[in-house]
Design a protein around this ligand. Structure first.
Ligand code: SAM
Ligand code: DTB
Ligand code: SF4
Length: 326
């Protein structure tokens, strides 16, 4: 049953259960709700890189940190489409365009993004954008252009948020998610582990996600990519068991969502990634780059799919309606 009335203590109990029990339970839920032989293959492209005014402590694109990321203006539409076409030919079915903006503005760049959305949608790919805060009207314009999903992460718990980002609030984030929902665009929302948060913070974030009026259709779980020059550059590497615990808990409490094993795969072995798929992950970012940092390339992922007997999920597969039986 899909529930959005999870209590914090119920989620804590799941998250803290013995690891192999947790894995078994998550794998069971995964089999019940999802096609376990399939993994969604998504590709990211940074269409507007760097120079961001925000202070997200993890982010290589914040202008205030000296990370070596060069700021670039919005890419040309034809280059974006060529990149989407290549991703499609490599086997990707979802194309996510990222812009290092605090919020979308009603300007010529936004009009150009609307054109990009139209054209990528015409390629038959699920189009996703992640461009910061949005108004309901902007979300409607994106929906009309054919946007399938909007990514806007909560990143961590509401309690820990201010330790990571001071230039916007958790409520700002929730408001954008609501605007996206109202426009009928599917929601992609998850977070990052390894920011120095506690287990309670991780549970808190999962609690917020799983008690939204409707669960996000996609829940990306990122391991922090430690980028030199950011305030979090010296964080310890994320323990893979923590990633597995996070994915398994997300799978159990949001059974119909796509749970994405997102940033951090370059530091994981194939065996470790296989455990993440067992735990209920059924989506990845493929291609040799995330937005600005490396990702395993196409060949490594093809080899992994072959070895594990996984198939890429087709685009626009009947999305199980996430009805809420509270
Ligand atoms: N500017 C927009 C925003 O913040 O929503 C969109 C782009 S932003 C780079 C998208 C997401 O990437 C962030 O919310 C964060 O979850 C993730 N991210 C950024 N830097 C990361 C890092 N170093 N490690 C892991 N995830 C990261
Ligand atoms: C998400 O949850 N992770 C992706 C995507 N959504 C936008 C971004 C990861 C970015 C990692 C750092 C970088 O490559 O700049
Ligand atoms: Fe800007 Fe997004 Fe990076 Fe924050 S995460 S600094 S808003 S690009």
């Amino acid at each position: 049953m899909i529930r959005n009335n999870w209590s914090r203590s119920e989620i804590t109990e799941i998250y803290e259960s013995p690891l192999l029990e947790l894995l078994y339970r998550a794998a069971t839920v995964h089999r019940e709700y999802q096609d376990t032989g399939e993994v969604q293959v998504c590709t990211l492209l940074s269409i507007k890189t760097g120079g961001c005014p925000e202070d997200c402590a993890y982010c290589p694109q914040a202008a205030r940190y000296n990370t070596g990321v060069q700021a670039h203006a919005l890419m040309k539409t034809e280059d974006v489409i060529a990149s989407a076409q290549r991703a499609k030919e490599s086997g990707s079915t979802r194309f996510c365009m990222g812009a290092a903006w605090r919020e979308v503005r009603d300007n010529r760049d936004f009009d150009r993004v609307l054109d990009m959305v139209k054209e990528v949608n015409n390629l038959g790919m699920e189009v996703c954008c992640t461009m910061g805060m949005l108004t309901e009207e902007q979300a409607r314009k994106l929906a009309d252009a054919g946007l399938h999903a909007y990514n806007h992460n909560l990143d961590t718990s509401s309690e820990y948020y201010h330790d990571i980002i001071t230039t916007r609030t958790y409520d700002d984030r929730l408001k954008t998610l609501d605007n996206v929902r109202k426009a009928g665009v599917t929601v992609c929302c998850g977070g990052i582990i390894g920011l120095g948060e506690t287990h309670e913070d991780r549970i808190g974030m999962l609690h917020t996600l799983s008690t939204l009026p409707s669960h996000p259709e996609s829940v990306p779980i990122n391991a922090l990519v430690r980028v030199k020059g950011t305030p979090l550059e010296n964080q310890p590497k994320v323990d893979v068991w923590d990633m597995i615990r996070m994915i398994a808990t997300a799978r159990i409490i949001m059974p119909a969502a796509m749970v994405r094993l997102s940033a951090g795969r370059t530091e994981m072995s194939m065996a470790e990634q296989a455990l993440c798929f067992m735990a209920g992950a059924n989506s990845i970012f493929a291609g040799d780059k995330l937005l600005t940092t490396p990702n395993p390339g196409w060949d490594a992922d093809r080899e992994m799919f072959e070895l594990l007997g996984l198939k890429p999920r087709e685009s626009f597969k009947e999305e199980k309606k996430i009805a809420v039986n509270a």
